[in-house]
Design a protein around this ligand. Sequence first.
Ligand SMILES: NC(=O)c1ccc[n+]([C@@H]2O[C@H](COP(=O)([O-])OP(=O)(O)OC[C@H]3O[C@@H](n4cnc5c(N)ncnc54)[C@H](OP(=O)(O)O)[C@@H]3O)[C@@H](O)[C@H]2O)c1
Length: 280
Amino acid sequence: MAATFPPDATLSSRVTIAPGVDMPWLGFGVYQARRGRETEDAVAAALRFGYRHIDTASIYGNEDSVGRAIAASGLPRSDLFVTTKLWNSDHGHARTLAACEKSLARLGLAHVDLYLIHWPVRGLRLESWRAMEELHERKLVRAIGVSNYMEPHLEELLAACRIRPAVNQIEVSPFLQQRSVRALCAREGITVEAYSPLTQGLRLDHPVVVAAARALGRTPAQVLLRWALERNTVPLPKSVTEARIRDNAALFDFRLGPHAAALDQLEEELHTGWDPTDAP
Ligand SMILES: NC(=O)c1ccc[n+]([C@@H]2O[C@H](COP(=O)([O-])OP(=O)(O)OC[C@H]3O[C@@H](n4cnc5c(N)ncnc54)[C@H](OP(=O)(O)O)[C@@H]3O)[C@@H](O)[C@H]2O)c1
């Protein structure tokens, strides 16, 4: 069974995703944050406000800026949890090994805490997983996982892997709840990370979300992020706006209570980005 979110968690609470590997329950995303100043300032602000979990990817083109902000923070490496991802054009055994080393060089890190297959690339994903296992054995990555894996992709991997995926990073919000893949992950002890937990802004003005926010004296974004936590997923909100970065981390002094059930009614299979449901 995957871990459940403790209701009395704080910003420093962590979930164990693999033997000896603990991941903060709240992450910070940098997709679409521009390389350079914008990403550096956003990550610096996030670290100042207490986030310790940063989610980047080689395709985001900003790993070097994330690395610079981490170095400038002066925080001990062991306090930080850094994720990056293998891009689609880097699949295959040798390419996966090389892509990880390049990401580490751009980040300026000796290891990442979590390395994910970004997308279940047909025909190559199992071969790439062997390389992910090798990266883990070489201690270049503390944990390995996947992203955008639906049930068939997970079942194929679970039947073939030596090291099981620690995490599946998928789009999750009240508007796209992914109930069956989340249930599979819970059964298999795979922690689910919620990407685009704010629906990229598309549903922040939904009346049910706004009503819950008003009743709780919170922002719509905080309501969506707390919903993700209370559904045992690790949300990865992105913002490059300092006040939002701060407010999006203020999630640990309230509970949704009865509003959670109203949010549970909002399923509409809203994919804000890509949809892996039918990926072969
Ligand atoms: N594995 C994958 O395939 C995948 C795919 C997508 C995303 N992700 C990960 O998940 C992270 C988050 O997803 P996302 O970037 O797609 O979308 P998101 O976090 O749902 O939404 C980000 C958008 O919401 C705005 N925003 C943030 N906080 C807000 C607030 N308090 N009030 C109003 N607006 C707010 C941001 O604007 P400003 O930045 O202008 O403040 C930005 O436009 C990504 O950064 C990435 O790390 C992974």
